[in-house]
Ligand binder design. Structure first.
Ligand code: SAH
Length: 341
């Protein structure tokens, strides 16, 4: 069992079950997460008694993923990890003026099959464990020697198709004795799995929710995102309204601009209509082109016009700043290359 799968409550239960000191849970959590130099071997937890250390070593492993490749540009680093079963996943570190954010993967591959997405080309092999998500942060912090202040769950995979592990991951990284990453600094991005949008409304952590929308009509969305056949837009929007009612939090809508697909004036007006009355923030995303897919990025003037229409209609909108254009930053590219070698 990977030690990073355990919340502080799980550790407390573990120590109590072994007739050990309850406060070891806090001690160990602190050693694992809350020191400048975090332990990578249980022996380093010097205030925990020897017999307990021996049992921990028998019961747990402390590192299960390793960095096998890194691509670096000015304000971004992209990491390829190998997992213990030789599968590969990616994480992307971005340096912002407000802090450093890490985009992590939640699954090996993805079953959502979005037509424009490199990760979606490759079917899901399995869910990531909670620990494998936590380790992406620890390994990148250790490699880069910087503190990660923001997490976006926007790498490979659909986080709401791995809901329980993702929620546990959030509990661990948010804990004050854990990595202490503020819930408001954590964003989950989903293609729109309605039952889980309703569930997350009751999750007692104020994380941000981002919806990958990419089209404002069912007809177009179904062509781009198979999930739209299961959850039509009116039901998706209803669930988001319920989420906002419950949490009082603004929801981000991601909209990739694809040349001649979803970037016309009519598309922009449809989007305005769809989001009317919703506490929404629209993030327009210049498409990262990949060799294997035919989609092209909209030209800058088209993007600017689309932006203006939203703005004029009082929608809060930004154009996503671009990272990693010179490296393989399109979601899933590094992994695809590795698997296709
Ligand atoms: N499955 C989740 C999270 C992973 S995808 C989701 O759908 O939100 C993260 C975001 O990257 C999504 O908005 C996705 O649509 C977008 N994306 C995928 N491929 C992209 C590409 N080539 N260029 C730009 N954005 C892309």
């Amino acid at each position: 069992m990977n030690i990073y799968n355990l919340t502080i409550e799980d550790l407390t239960t573990y120590f109590l079950k072994n007739d050990d000191k309850k406060f070891y849970a806090t001690e160990l959590f602190t050693w694992l997460y809350n020191k400048d130099k975090k332990i990578i071997d249980f022996n380093e937890a010097t205030n925990i008694k020897k017999s307990t250390i021996l049992r921990l070593k028998e019961d747990f492993v402390i590192s299960t993923i390793e960095i096998v490749k890194k691509e670096k540009a000015k304000d971004v680093s992209k990491y390829l990890f190998k997992l213990s079963d030789n599968e590969h996943i990616e994480a992307v570190l971005m340096y912002h003026d407000y802090g450093n954010s890490l985009c992590i993967s939640s699954q090996v591959g993805c079953n959502m099959g979005c037509k424009f997405c490199e990760s979606g080309r490759r079917k899901k092999v399995r869910n990531l464990t909670t620990g494998e998500m936590v380790e992406q942060i620890l390994k990148v912090e250790n490699d880069s020697k910087i503190r990660i202040s923001h997490i976006v769950i926007m790498g490979i995979g659909e986080p709401f198709d791995n809901y329980d592990n993702v929620c546990k991951f959030i509990k661990i990284i948010n804990h004050p004795k854990g990595l202490n990453i503020g819930a408001r600094h954590i964003t989950i991005s989903t293609c729109g799995i309605i039952p889980k949008i309703l569930d997350i409304a009751n999750f007692p952590y104020q994380v941000n929710l981002a919806i990958s929308l990419h089209a404002a009509t069912d007809e177009l969305r179904k062509q781009l995102m198979p999930i739209a056949k299961v959850y039509p837009l009116n039901e998706l929007i209803d669930s988001i309204k319920k989420y906002i009612e419950k949490t009082n939090r603004r929801v981000t809508f991601e909209y990739i601009l694809l040349k001649d697909v979803n970037d016309t004036k009519e598309d922009a007006l449809n989007l305005v209509k769809l989001l009317k009355g919703i506490n929404a923030y629209v993030n327009l995303i210049p498409y990262n082109e990949t060799d294997s897919l035919q989609f092209k990025r909209s030209n800058p003037l088209t993007i600017a016009k689309f932006y203006d229409i939203l703005k004029k209609n009082n929608i809060t909108v930004t154009i996503r700043r671009e990272f990693g254009g010179t490296i393989s930053a399109a979601c899933g590219q590094l992994r695809s290359r590795k698997e296709e070698l």
